[in-house]
Ligand binder design. Sequence first.
Ligand SMILES: [Zn+2]
Length: 831
Amino acid sequence: MLINKPKALLWVALCMAAINAPALAQTTAPAPPENPNLKIYRATPEKINDLVHTKLDVRFDYKKRFMYGKEWVTLKPHAYKTDSLRLDAKGMDIKTIAVVKAGKNTPLKFTYDSLSLNIKLDKVYNPGENYIVYIDYTSKPDQLKVQGSMAISDAKGLYFINPDSTVKGKPVQIWTQGETESSSAWFPTIDKPSQKTTEEIYMTVPSKYVTLSNGKLVSQKSNGNGTRTDYWKMDLPHSPYLFMMAVGDFKITKDVWKGKEVSYYLEPKYAPYAKNIFGYTPEVIEFYSKTLGVDYPWNKYAQIVVRDYVSGAMENTSATLHGDYVQGTPRQLLDRYYNTAQGESTVVHELFHQWFGDYVTAESWSNLTVNESFADFSETLWAEHKYGKDEGDAHINGDRRSYLNAPDAATKNLVRFYYNDKEDMFDVVTYQKGGSILYMLRNYLGNEAFYKGLNIYLKTNALKNGEAQQLRLALEEASGKDLNWFFNQWYYNAGHPILNITYGWDAANKTQSVYVQQTQAGNAFTLPIAVDLYVGGKKTRQQVWLRTKSDTLTFKVAAKPELVNVDAEKMLLAKKTDTKTGDEFAYQYANAPLYLDRLEAVTWARNQASSDANGRKIIVAALKDKYYGIRIEAIKALKLSNDDVRNAAQPILVSMAQTDPNNLVKAAALNALGGLKASGNTTLFKQALGSQSYAVQSAALNGLAALDPAASLTMAKGLEKDSEGDLSQSILNIYAANGTDAEWPYVNQKFEEADAQGKFSVMRNYAAYIGRLQSSAYALQGIEQIKATGVRYKQYGVAPALVTILEGIKTQRAKDEASVKAADAAIAALK
Ligand SMILES: [Zn+2]
């Protein structure tokens, strides 16, 4: 699964900070008391019965939001004979439970507490002896009392989207979300990842809709009553949480990989762009198949994009489901680069799960690392392959930052047998830290042994389950190396090294010393690293091991090195303080080859005074860096308030704004120039408004707005019709700041469509705009939007700031009784 909630939360927090700092301070809760759930050892659930095969026949009641299901589930006792069966079944009406013998149903006795079924079988069954249980049931997901989590905002299992068509223009859809244990909300099963079952589903749906499920679409039969029954079959076993169904008005675009169908299910509006959005999928399947030495294991691969999804995306076996942010028109896609938008990295993440997660599945949530750390790592793998080492390095660096900056991540083991809730396993430790650890491990073992190890792990545990110990054994077999120390340190213990690096040069003995202190609490980490010494323009590499809290490395060299580059491969997941001089950073930028070598230098330069010659040299050079991410960082690092810097940088920025191959660099250059408010740039901005890139248009419009607000209002009018993303945000800002009633319908619509970041960044101007609207009806719409936003993000502590904003609107509209009343109602709803 790919989660996107924490990011949204972060944006809300940041944006609220901008609106009202004291309100944010109130949201910082005191340390919670010790949670008793954390004392529970989360054992892998015992297998008493094993799932063997699951056959379902389902139809839907859109009005009641019910699903009527018939199930024939084949099971067998695992190791010991038994006469009873426990199944997970959440919030269902159970009509019949029977054992099926020679086509005849014999009813069975059972008890049901709305969460699990305890069934008394007709006799004692022996280990390995199959039996079939028939269940006639109704699934009622909307009446289920369940709690979502940070990663997955709901746990109903089965979702009816706009089933009564009450929201105009919004598609009518049904889709499912199984992970973690929500599939049992739509069919009784043993809802644990350690279970695996083959599957077949008959889905009866309105004829106008298409369906998607796991495996192969075997047949479609029209029922002559406006419905059709689709028959899907999955002939390899997989875990219940990976079951899926989707129903709706989707257009299917077909592709192929080695004779297997690859398909993209999109809303009709986006179907013409299916290949723009997903067209690289066969290439990724090929790359992962080759890298792992195991061909894509399932008989087809489909991707579907749905509305109102409760997380980022989900790797249902052979049928991945995406949230709608992955969709885009060709113009929107122009501004999405690998490391600046989630779309492509999500596609490759879910695809890698088809091996790590679906083919071999984590045996328990405690071992979720063998699913999610791999999927996270695969994002970097694809970035390196497709876009080069800089893009990959930037991606893994983003992972490390996410983990290192997360408040309590350093206290959690990667493999965790103690947690509050299984959903809590979906965090920066399992994803970003785990991905970073695999990245280090690949470097330590070398590509060949590492991928051989993954191959052994996949083949040994194919269609079964795995845990971190099996991964260790496979990697040890492939490499011939002992890896207990590595797994104990990184998988079964918490935290990371915090390094303090200093240097000493002994001219008499021509000896370079490097002192590395590990200042974290607890034990020292064992760290194999490379150290590059640059002497007389020549680089030599030394492989060394850090093993203690205070290591001294000494190197005999011909002369004082221009640069000593510790962790020269930039592999470590660590916080470090590296005390280098400006000369050394300048040398590092110019000579050390990696993305992080250059980024470290730019980051150092950004923190220097504008008069620092080395700092300026680094930033000016970095404006021409080969990687767009560094060029953007360099633009941000420019201190344009300094006359010399501005005079040197302005022509470079103008050239970047016009000719840089990357739209986001162009936009960053335009934004920097816009900040100068120099009327000489008016023509440049006007030209840039003709760009196909919304980001470039947005930056140009912002630049013009700073020079001439009235003129920018007119220009915004002209751009309004085809505005998405950054551009619509700029127009929204301009209208909110200077608009009249005429612009309200656009603002109202775009505000509603905006994500949390978009809403909160415009909130102040938006409220002022509502205050000065002539139309009372419009003002009521605006107040309603603020209320809805407040209710939606209330849990993140936004209410006090929004109450202040609503009070402001009340003051401005004191003579408009209806608005005052509505604002009072909104305030009451937020209290
Ligand atoms: Zn995932």
